[in-house]
Design a protein. Structure first.
Length: 244
């Protein structure tokens, strides 16, 4: 976990770099507006639909015949969480695509100024990666949603799904400029556990309203720190093996 901790520590001052703050302001503002619009437009009908579903499930278990207080409260909570998670996921996707190159530039200038650029990724590849990540995450989020009624199971499952989304979104753009396509695959394969671990540490931030719209900034820088560190280590090992 030392690499994960180092990435988290290094990301703190870099997340407040002027270039990072200026570039991510627009997607963050868009995500906040999206969250507010979705909450206003879909909050009430989604709450009613989820409350009815909960009441039906309880009735099937013989626990509650009508949409009572528990079903209504549960529907409201689940609707709020669902809208928040979707807004957070879209904010992550937008920032990974629009701000990825700035994250890379800020981290590389501070910690890896001599790391060679091999440009194995493209803007189109980053967009495709974000679309695939969100598309795969949506069924995960929907599957986890009912489990949130049972926090001991639902919260860990939600955090795991968020961790997967974090690392899946940011790893491509973090390596796109410096790594070749082959190096990117080797870094991802060799550091899969550390990438997921970093995502797991950052994942709780996605469950906090408003904070989850700012968290992508910190997450993007942290994943860039970790990925460039892994790429640098990979090349150093290759140089060492070549020297022998």
């Amino acid at each position: 976990m030392s690499e994960v901790v180092r990435a988290l520590v290094r990301a703190i001052p870099l997340a407040f770099d002027r270039r990072v703050l200026l570039l991510v302001a627009l997607p963050l503002l868009g995500a906040i507006v999206l969250w507010l619009v979705a909450a206003i437009a879909f909050g009430a009908p989604l709450t009613r639909a989820l409350a009815a579903g909960i009441a039906h499930a309880l009735a099937a278990l013989g626990l509650e015949a009508d949409p009572g207080v528990f079903a209504t409260a549960g529907g409201a909570i689940l609707a709020f969480v669902l809208i928040t998670l979707v807004a957070g996921a879209l904010a992550l996707a937008a920032i990974s695509v629009l701000a990825g190159s700035v994250f890379v530039r800020v981290v590389a200038e501070r910690h890896y100024p001599t790391l060679e650029y091999k440009r194995g990724g493209t803007v189109a590849g980053g967009v495709l990666n974000a679309l695939v990540a969100v598309a795969l995450w949506i069924p995960m989020g929907l599957a986890v949603l009912p489990l949130l009624l049972f926090p001991l199971v639902g919260v860990p499952a939600s955090l795991a799904a968020g961790a997967w989304l974090n690392q899946r979104l940011f790893r491509y753009d973090a390596l796109a400029e410096h790594a070749s396509a082959d190096e990117r695959e080797r870094v991802i394969r060799g550091s899969r556990g550390r990438l997921f671990g970093l995502g797991l540490v950052l994942s709780p931030l996605t469950l906090i309203p408003i904070v989850n719209l700012v968290a992508p900034l910190y997450a993007g820088v942290a994943f860039t720190c970790l990925c460039l560190a892994e790429l640098d280590a990979l090349r150093r090992r290759a140089e060492g093996e070549g020297a022998r």
